[in-house]
Design a protein around this ligand. Structure first.
Ligand code: NI
Length: 137
């Protein structure tokens, strides 16, 4: 059977502050620049969730993308949308909320949710020009 990759695009807005406790204030300012602003700032994040599987012989679908969307919204988007990632999201506690750390944390939440399909890739756009990709490696 052919293996096919299907992707759903989702959106959320959240605030964060990039600040690492292992660096002093001057170092944080140098490393993170504007993103170190003490009271935080916001982004309109875009998330692409790609799963891989074999099209069902009857429905022709790898996964019902409406079902995939509902799962991601329930398990993930509802926990981060319009939240401050440093203060309000339990699974982000203790992590510097860079796009890299966020996408890895998202993977842990979503990785087992699409049986019998397999989560293949998460692509997180922090801005239209900056994104992080994670494939669970
Ligand atoms: Ni930022």
């Amino acid at each position: 059977m052919p293996r096919v990759y299907v992707t759903r695009h989702l959106h959320f807005s959240a605030a964060h502050r990039l600040h690492c406790d292992q660096l002093n204030d001057q170092q944080n300012q140098t490393v993170y620049g504007l993103c170190n602003n003490p009271l935080g700032h916001g982004h309109n994040y875009e998330l692409e969730v790609t799963v891989v599987g074999e099209p069902d012989p009857v429905t022709g679908m790898v996964i019902d993308l409406k079902k995939l969307k509902d799962i991601v919204e329930k398990e993930l988007i509802s926990k981060v949308d319009h939240k401050h990632l440093n203060h309000e999201v339990a699974f982000m506690r203790g992590l510097v909320p860079t796009a890299e750390n966020i996408v890895v944390a998202f993977w842990q939440i979503l990785k087992d949710k699409f049986e019998p399909c397999r989560l293949y890739e998460l692509k997180l756009y922090e801005t239209p020009r900056n994104m992080a990709v994670y494939r669970g490696e």
